[in-house]
Design a protein around this ligand. Structure first.
Ligand code: DGY
Length: 331
């Protein structure tokens, strides 16, 4: 009797134990137990031998790397929702299928977006820091101390009304914000009615009208610097910007300048243009309590990460079994 050889699956980062155990059972899984980010050379060596590559958002799977791949590499099953770190066109040209892990991190990402929408105007990080730094020896409540701005009744402008944008809208509505959105196309009338959402065909006009902007669109060549210097200038001086999508959607240098010059009141950012590097000017603004910065952790729950792993496994398994993987991005 011949036993079918298990596919060599190269996983670039440490995944939850339960996911790794399952991967080991099903595949010839090459894990990254100590979670050291893989170098370019290591990735090149990997794509020359692996049947399946499992990258994350910290890996650059560009055309150059894909060019190096051996003919055995047939699937890039990314452990991520966003897919901007993979050149899907280059992969498709080489006959490599690309999959991602949509849906499972929607609610967790929306929670964190809502947390930033609340945290910035209500000075949450600053308040927590004041108390921790005081080591308990603080002056106590005062009628004029730590005053932020009311959320209820404000206008929220969502850029990108996909799954995450819609989940943010549901939460924000419950907090008494009115929902405005800009999207490539209008969402269905039922969703719009439920959310009492106003659609803005013109992003420029929406930016000029809302109090808080939340970026929830994917990073693509078309959305690079979508919130450009010109568009940032349209925002009101009392407005805030929240980004849990990708840093490249905003012109970060201009955003910093606008906040510094008081043209925008502040920002809550979970993602950055040159991740993992964070612009020192942003860090300075954080120390001055003008921005709240998080280390790309919107989907960082045990549940999301296990579900993402399960999706990766299903995508690989379906592909290996000769079927179309459910989360196929291209081709
Ligand atoms: C994603 O998957 O795109 C998130 O940004 C990280 O989990």
């Amino acid at each position: 009797m011949t036993t079918k050889k298990k596919p060599l699956v190269y996983i670039t980062r440490k995944l939850p134990d339960i996911v790794e155990t399952r991967m080991r059972e099903l595949f010839d899984a090459e894990l990254n137990i100590d979670d050291t980010p893989r170098s370019r050379d290591e990735l090149i060596a990997a794509v020359k031998r692996a049947d399946v590559l499992v990258p994350t958002v910290t890996d650059r799977i560009d055309a150059g790397l894909i060019e190096e791949a051996g003919p055995q590499l047939k699937l890039i099953a990314s452990f991520s929702n966003g897919i901007d770190h993979v050149d899907v066109e280059a992969a498709a040209k080489k006959g490599i299928t690309v999959t991602n892990t949509p849906n499972v991190l929607t609610e967790d990402t929306a929670d964190m977006t809502m947390a930033l929408i609340l945290a910035v105007p209500r000075r949450l990080a600053e308040g927590a820091r004041v108390l921790t730094d005081s080591k308990g020896d603080w002056e106590g409540w005062s009628p004029t101390w730590m005053l932020g701005h009311r959320i209820w009744g404000k206008r929220l402008g969502i850029i990108g009304m996909g799954r995450i944008g819609t989940a943010v809208a549901r939460r924000a509505k419950a907090f008494g914000l009115s929902i405005h959105y800009h999207n490539r196309h209008r969402v269905n009338p039922q969703t719009e009615a439920q959310l009492e959402a106003t659609y803005w065909d013109s992003l420029d006009q929406m930016l000029a009208r809302v109090d808080i902007v939340s970026i929830n669109c994917p990073s693509t060549p078309a959305t690079y610097h979508l919130v450009s210097a010109r568009r940032l200038a349209l925002m009101q001086p009392t407005s805030y910007l929240v980004n849990t999508a990708r840093g490249g959607v905003v012109d970060e240098t201009t955003l910093i300048k606008c906040i510094r010059e008081g043209k925008i009141a502040g920002a809550g950012l979970d993602v950055f243009e040159n991740e993992p590097l964070v612009n020192p000017k942003l860090l300075k603004l954080a120390h001055e309590n003008k921005v709240v910065l998080l280390p790309h952790m919107s989907s960082a729950t045990i549940e999301s990460r296990i579900d993402m792993g399960e999706k990766v496994i299903i995508n690989i398994k379906t592909y290996i079994d000769g079927h179309r993987p459910p989360d196929r991005v291209l081709p």
